[in-house]
Design a protein around this ligand. Structure first.
Ligand code: FES
Length: 288
């Protein structure tokens, strides 16, 4: 039993826009009854060139019905150019997701839409606005821009997945090498973006006044409470450029580990919160 979302079940049990528009402006047929899945999508445009009505007829499973039903809702009100950008991912997302094994139903919806739009251009002897990018898969007329988008949007990792999602590579197979190259380029981009994300944001250069204020705040909020917990304390004596002069008080002043505390606690916190260039020195002659 497949795990279906409530939206899939709703569109399956109460499909919207079932039927065929007789005087349709565009009609797309995909699949075949012999193979088990078939879908016919028809649409009618209004005087502004927007899809005023869309209907579907399908022979298929719950996902096929739900995908087709939600597709008719998505495209109503769109221009043909906008509708041409609707992807199977849009269909699946609108349904709250589909099981992986059923993603092909959303692809069938996208194919029927493409076929119906093409049917409109064929009937009106017009041509679709030129596609962005260079055609990579000549069997299906799919460009590098479209492949890159489907890979990015669906986080695809293999040529087979690309074929499942947008058909590229599913014919003669000659374009598979180019698809592989696009996959590596996109993966490279992902890695670069991930690396950039890992880098800590650069700190703004501080003025002297800002630096002294930040040193004071770091001492009172981050350093002093820890030292006081062990009976010690610390005072800020001066800040000269990147040199911060402090004096230990109480237990800290007598502690044999004072040098370590100075480096691993005081200097480390000041470098973390103020500036990596700071060097902390102890005023040895200060009052204890
Ligand atoms: S060119 Fe892509 S499958 Fe033939």
């Amino acid at each position: 039993m497949w795990e279906y979302t409530d939206k899939v079940m709703d569109h399956f049990l109460n499909p919207r826009n079932v039927g065929v528009i007789e005087d349709a402006d565009g009609k797309g047929d995909v699949g075949s009854l012999a193979c088990g899945d078939a879908l016919t999508l028809t649409f009618k445009l209004d005087e502004n060139g927007r899809i005023a009505d869309a209907k579907f007829k399908t022979f298929g499973c719950a996902s096929a019905v739900a995908s087709s039903s939600v597709l008719t809702e998505i495209i109503k009100g769109l221009t043909l150019e906008e509708a041409a950008n609707v992807t199977n991912k849009d269909i699946a997302e609108k349904l709250g997701g589909l099981p992986d094994q059923k993603m092909h139903c959303s692809v069938m919806g996208q194919e029927a839409l493409e076929a119906a739009i093409q049917n409109y251009y064929d009937k009106t002897k017009t041509t679709a606005p030129e596609k962005e990018g260079k055609v990579v898969c000549t069997c299906f007329g799919i460009t590098d821009t479209e492949i890159r988008k489907v890979v990015e949007d669906n986080k695809l990792n293999s040529v087979e997945q690309v074929t499942n999602y947008c058909k590229a590579g599913g014919g003669c197979g000659r374009c598979k090498g180019d698809i592989e190259k696009i996959l590596s380029e996109v993966r490279g981009d992902w890695i670069d973006r991930a690396k950039k994300k890992e880098q800590p944001p650069k700190r703004k250069k501080l003025t002297n006044i800002q630096k002294i204020r930040l040193v004071q705040e770091t001492i009172s909020d981050q350093i002093r409470p820890a030292l006081r917990a062990d009976g010690g304390d610390i005072d800020l004596i001066d800040v000269e450029g990147n040199k911060v002069i402090v004096a230990f008080r109480g237990m800290c002043a007598k502690c044999k580990m004072a040098d370590l505390t100075m480096r691993d606690v005081v200097q480390a916190k000041l470098r973390e919160f103020v500036s990596e260039d700071l060097v902390v020195e102890e005023e040895k002659d200060g009052e204890n």
